[in-house]
Design a protein around this ligand. Structure first.
Ligand SMILES: *Cc1c(COP(=O)(O)O)cnc(C)c1O
Length: 390
């Protein structure tokens, strides 16, 4: 009797429901065009929004850091792992975000999974958007706080929950600012006003917005003018910043508390110096080249208009993430496959990443896409008529 035999059964069950995921071919390079199984594909799947992941300036910064600081860090930051690059990056992140301090985590996932339980525990309440990223959801689960999930982007419902559920020690509201699958924005002004009114903590996750939104590229909170000193700001260096790692910005005592209590920080080896150095190079580019993000968002607006003119449903997208909402998982997979045959890589997103019946194609626009690539994709989409819904 094989004690792991149940896994085969479960995999077959996933396949029958069109929910089995398989890793795509591993890639050698990255950018707007990638070679996949020997075939060039225009890549609309990557979150490298500003095209910085292969920028020579980031590569050089990473290589130089390896030469001076080595590759791995050998220990967690509290032991001996923290490099001078790591420290400098934290200073620069705090400067960019206009906060007292910043803390660099090994990944954005780790930042959320460690920070949420450090802020809320037994006897506390968390109020979470129904479409928050998995790392925030896991943070809620790890916290043992009572979690109240409010309907997606519904500030009125959040207000009612805050009004009706009282008696906790502390309360924490958490939300993505730019939702990763739908590309829509959280109603941050209303949420921040509620946090103030009910004296709740507020954590915002800017993972997809750092470097893309806001005059200085701080994110949606900057764009909407919601940057209160008490707000806990999470971001990642793995998307628009083209490197790797996550960060939390806020008041100095918050960062000191996380150094003591965020288990994903305390019990994980420090961020590699090469990734810290590359992220610093990216921060310089974000300051020096604001046109990258301005143009990206302009392009995204035009792409949404053209898709709607073709009759596609782009949901509530207001960003560089443009969903083409299809509905059934099988239809989304089929549409993605047809685009792939035409040379375009646009992933199908199925449950559990989206609710059942809301499967979509997730179109991720980046500063590296040319007008020809985008025209080609729209033409291909125009040719891909879907079968009638069943
Ligand atoms: C991608 C993402 C993360 C995780 O960031 P990584 O650096 O990739 O681990 C966290 N939150 C949101 C909203 C994300 O989209």
């Amino acid at each position: 009797m094989n004690p792991l035999a149940w896994i085969d059964d479960q995999l077959h069950a996933l396949q029958r429901r069109n929910l089995l995921r398989r890793l795509p071919a591993a890639l050698k390079s990255q950018g707007a065009v990638v070679q996949c199984d020997g075939k060039p594909l225009v890549n609309f799947a990557s979150n490298d929004y500003l095209g910085l992941a292969s920028d020579p300036r980031l590569v050089e910064a990473a290589v130089n850091a390896c030469r001076t600081s080595g590759v791995g860090r050998g220990a967690s930051p509290l032991v001996c792992g923290r490099s001078t690059e790591h420290e400098e990056l934290e200073r620069r992140l705090a400067a960019l975000e206009g906060t007292e301090a910043a803390l660099v985590f090994p990944s954005g996932f780790a930042a959320n999974a460690g920070t949420v339980p450090a802020l809320a525990g037994r006897g506390d309440a968390i109020y979470a958007d129904a479409k928050n990223h998995a790392s925030l959801i896991d943070g809620c689960r790890l916290s043992r706080a009572e979690t109240h999930v409010y309907p997606h982007a519904d500030a009125a419902a959040l207000g009612r929950m805050l009004e009706q559920s009282r008696g906790y020690r502390r309360r924490l509201i958490i939300t993505d600012t730019l939702f990763s699958m739908d590309g829509d924005l959280a109603p941050l002004r209303e949420i921040a006003a509620l946090a103030e009114r009910y004296e709740a903590m507020l954590l915002v996750d800017e993972a997809h917005a750092t470097g893309v939104f806001g005059e200085r590229g701080r994110g949606v909170a900057e764009a909407l003018g919601v940057e209160g000193a008490g707000v806990v700001r999470v971001g990642t260096m793995s998307k628009a910043l083209g490197s790797a790692g996550g960060f939390v910005c806020g008041p100095r005592p918050l960062v000191e508390w996380l150094v003591n209590r965020a288990r994903s920080y305390v019990f994980s080896t420090a961020h590699p110096a090469s990734a810290s150095a590359a992220a610093m190079a990216a921060l310089e580019i974000i300051v020096a080249e604001p046109m990258r993000r301005v143009r990206l968002l302009e392009t995204a607006g035009r792409v949404r208009d053209r898709l709607r003119a073709q009759g596609w449903n782009t949901g509530a997208s207001a960003s560089q993430i443009v969903p083409v909402v299809v509905g059934a998982a099988a239809a989304a997979v089929q549409l993605s496959q047809r685009l792939r045959e035409r040379g375009y890589w646009v992933p199908a997103i199925r449950p559990p990443s989206v609710p059942p019946g809301e499967s979509l194609l997730r179109l991720s626009l980046t500063a590296s896409h040319t007008a020809e690539m985008i025209d080609g994709l729209l033409e291909a989409l125009g040719q891909c008529r879907l079968p009638p819904a069943t």
